[in-house]
Design a protein around this ligand. Structure first.
Ligand code: URA
Length: 277
């Protein structure tokens, strides 16, 4: 009887401990059962670029860094892809991004590879990781509602992220994870060859345009995105990430303006249903 009581108490304590971690965003285990996390011997490195997570430390006592720098190989593989399906296939066997080991599946794109408008977000979250498609969680649902304001749905846009596997606990991606995915992102842009790019959040603007300013300063302006695979530059706009708008609903009016600007640039005739959500 006492034993049963103690077991139930222990179960309760473990459940509370797990719930506490889940609330803090720790929702997966990166070690084998029984394995203990190595104790870092140095303070963590400073982020190499603003908004990026520090690179993982070298393992204690050991030489090689935990993340291989995949640059050249990724570029060569990405260049050999002739279609979006080729990219998806290449990424299924690509081992240059350590996030692949902790994510459930690849999350590459949703929408129409022939779309005139390409949206680029940041990284998959829990729902995206489960379903293998970008923007299918709470921010995706808001994005869909906002696209509908200007008469767009997913059949008329191509949506991807700068990162194709979910970072554990939704932490910011590291510079080497971004570097591993970048050639495949650039190749997608070249293959879709959209008329317009819309970057959702500052990470896409930093990664693809090298701009370090915040979204508030970047939105409302037109940039020209170029890459060596593209015949000509593509006009690009930056706007707020839908996850930010979920936290700051008053900012939706700026997203709304940005979307109208994009729709006008595409020659669409948005007749938004009012009031806007
Ligand atoms: N946030 C993103 O940036 N991308 C997703 O796919 C989901 C949430």
């Amino acid at each position: 009887m006492v034993r049963h009581h103690q077991r139930e108490e222990a179960k309760g304590a473990i459940a509370a401990w797990l719930e506490w971690h889940a609330l803090a965003g720790v929702d997966c285990c990166l070690l084998e059962p029984g394995q203990r996390a190595p104790q870092p011997r140095m303070p963590p490195a400073e982020p190499t670029r603003p908004g990026l997570a520090p690179e993982p430390l070298a393992p204690p006592g050991g030489a090689a860094p935990l993340t291989p720098l995949p640059g050249m190989d990724a570029r060569r593989i990405a260049r050999s892809c002739r279609t979006i399906a080729d990219i998806a296939q290449a990424l299924e066997t690509f081992e240059g991004c350590p996030l692949k080991a902790t994510a459930s599946r690849l999350c590459l794109f949703d929408g129409n590879p022939e779309a005139r408008l390409m949206l680029i977000g940041e990284a998959p979250g829990a729902e995206e990781d489960r379903l293998g498609k970008p923007f299918v969680g709470p921010s995706g649902r808001l994005l869909d509602r906002m696209l509908a304001w200007v008469g767009l749905d997913r059949s008329q846009v191509y949506i991807t992220n700068v990162i194709f596997w979910r970072p554990p606990g939704n932490r910011p991606p590291t510079a080497s994870e971004l570097a591993a995915c970048l050639p495949f992102l650039e190749r997608q842009i070249a293959l879709v060859a959209p008329e317009l790019l819309l970057f959702l959040g500052g990470l896409a603007a930093r990664t693809l345009l090298g701009l370090q300013e915040g979204v508030t300063r970047l939105r409302g302006r037109e940039f020209l995105y170029r890459n060596t695979d593209l015949e000509r530059g593509v006009p690009a706009y930056v706007t707020y990430h839908p996850a930010y708008l979920l936290r700051q609903p008053a900012q939706k009016r700026f997203f709304w303006r940005d979307l109208l600007q994009v729709a006008a640039r595409l020659g669409l005739d948005p007749r938004p249903p009012h009031p806007a959500p």
